[in-house]
Design a protein around this ligand. Structure first.
Ligand code: ME8
Length: 520
């Protein structure tokens, strides 16, 4: 079976991971976890982009040798991803031999086929974005992307025949409407390609921190050509082969989703597909560009000092609340504004007062009034009548990367169950009406069971805790696969949660203790 292959951008090692990087990586992780639960074999890749002038400059400022420097910062990324429970299957560093050798082989292949040729490059360059601009693209003489100063470059360079692929690219966009996602970003790319593509300079002679061109080592490969290749080098592509679609690469490729921020959409939807066409490799199925976070209304930047460190948020609110917030606060795709106040509000209203409270009252009532025994009734709970339909809908939301819609549906179950408790008032049911109490608590505990499953991709730790508190013994992710399979395959029209006899709830502290407002 082909794996479901999902990638994040590989991040530049000149800065430490911040919430922007965490956002893309957490979103990719949530998708990877859902796909695993729904029975897919997943290959989830992330990594670091370690070559080029910007990184060479950062390493010389740090006083370390480039390789030591990039390894240290890559280590910081790995540590942050562990902290955030990122379940990546591989982590690629572009300074690794497995990557460098394959980039060199691809470059030579394109030289041979004539899709790369030697010429003279003269244009403006922004080192911060590692991107070229023509005079007319500059804004008031500055980089149109980041507003920083640009410098004029004139050097011998190899060029990639990007212009040759114009009509093939337009044809691909036309025939594969999901390739450019979300839809509202489509026109930007169509207009850009229709306005005419220039051949792209893909080598440098002034920089030596990069991958040397094998047949002409005074050139190093342009950092974007180098970086984009990570998506095929990591799963083991041999670009020199006459048919590169061989195992293990062909088990992963084509990628199902390249997840990126909106500012690098063009690189992934114009340059990258053209490179793949030139190499004779099929194109990824979807490139999805999400929006950007600002912080309290301002662009995040080192100089403003408003860069949000995910580690601080995790220390304050816990990893799961932070993951939840990132995907709950703004619809995935559009821009959003981060503020700790908004995070605190979501935490208290949805996690503490809603989910945490639901678990607390359910387990407390069952402990006190039913000797801790989970009512093991054998019918489909009324609150979950629509569960199989909801799972199918949820699966569709995931395919569109509509994480906000997934969470909206989950919050709907929490709210409905809490309202049910408010109406039924199980604490007031007399002791001699135990059957009635069991029926009410069966509804609540069933909701908690499916909430643990549905929330698992977003909040793996707290979901496991809910799972333990309701007395489930089987490993959550294993049980969830079976439960979702039944719903997705259409067999489970009537959903039954299946508790075991003698299953007991465990009491414990609130899983999301309410937090007082501490904010500036
Ligand atoms: O561009 N809001 O790396 P990079 C949301 N190495 N997402 C943000 C963000 C923000 N404010 N800031 C960063 C590069 N991101 C290249 C990529 S891929 C072959 C090479 C996220 O370290 C978002 O995913 O500048 C964005 O695309 C990425 O970090 C840029 O990371």
């Amino acid at each position: 079976m082909k794996k479901f292959y999902i990638t994040t951008p590989i991040y530049y090692v000149n800065s430490l991971p911040h919430i922007g990087h965490a956002y893309t990586t957490v979103a990719s992780d949530v998708l990877a976890r859902w796909k695993r639960l729904s029975g897919r074999d997943v290959f989830f890749l992330t990594g670091t982009d370690e070559h080029g002038g910007k990184i060479a400059q950062a390493s010389s400022e740090s006083g370390e040798k480039p390789k030591e420097f990039v390894n240290r910062i890559a280590g910081e990324y790995k540590a942050r991803w562990r902290l955030l429970n990122i379940s990546n299957d591989d982590f690629i560093q572009t300074s690794e031999p497995r990557h460098m050798e394959r980039v060199q082989a691809a470059f030579e292949k394109l030289l041979k086929s004539g899709d790369i040729y030697k010429g003279i490059y003269e244009d403006w360059y922004c080192i911060s974005d590692e991107a070229y601009f023509s005079e007319s693209e500059l804004q008031e003489g500055k980089c149109p992307t980041c507003g920083r100063a640009v410098s004029k470059l004139k050097e011998e360079s190899y060029f990639f025949k990007l212009s040759k692929f114009e009509s093939r690219l337009l044809d691909h966009y036309e025939k594969n409407p999901d390739f450019l996602s979300p839809k509202f970003r489509r026109n930007e790319i169509l207009n850009f390609v229709k306005s005419g593509l220039r051949d792209l300079s893909v080598s440098r002679t002034r920089i030596d921190w990069g991958i040397p061109v094998l047949s002409d080592p005074k050139h190093v490969v342009y950092v974007w050509f180098d970086a984009l290749m990570n998506y095929i080098t990591a799963p083991g592509c041999d670009p020199a082969a006459s048919n590169p679609m061989q195992p293990p690469f062909s088990q992963c490729w084509p990628a199902d989703v390249h997840m990126v921020g909106k500012e690098i959409f063009r690189f992934h939807t114009v340059i990258w597909p053209a490179m793949l066409m030139a190499l004779g490799i099929p194109l990824p199925k979807k490139v999805f560009a999400h929006g950007w976070w600002t912080v309290e209304g301002a662009k995040m930047s080192k100089s403003t000092g408003n860069v949000v460190d995910p580690q601080k948020m995790v220390e304050e609110y816990g990893v799961d609340a932070f993951r939840y917030f990132l995907l709950r606060e703004v619809p995935f795709g559009t821009d959003g504004d981060f503020s700790e106040r908004a995070l605190l509000m979501r935490y208290n209203s949805e996690l503490a007062n809603n989910l945490g409270n639901l678990l607390q009252r359910t387990t407390t009532i069952i402990s006190k009034n039913l000797d801790g025994l989970v009512p093991n009734l054998k019918y489909s709970p009324a609150l979950l009548q629509e569960f199989p339909e909801l799972i199918k809908k949820t699966d569709g939301f995931y395919d569109e990367l509509a994480f906000g819609d997934v969470l909206e549906a989950i919050v709907g179950i929490m709210v409905k169950t809490n309202q049910f408790i408010d109406v039924k008032k199980p604490w007031a049911i007399p002791a001699d009406q135990k059957g009635d109490l069991q029926k009410v608590m069966y509804e609540c505990i069933s909701s908690l069971k499916v909430l643990a499953v549905l929330l698992f991709p977003f909040m793996p730790e707290k979901s496991r805790l809910i799972w333990e508190r309701i007395g489930e013994k089987e490993e959550l992710s294993t049980a969830a696969v079976a439960l979702l399979q039944a719903a997705l395959s259409g067999k489970g029209r009537e959903f039954q949660p299946h508790f075991s006899s003698g299953q007991t709830v465990a009491k414990g502290e609130p899983i999301f203790p309410r937090k007082a407002g501490i904010l500036k």
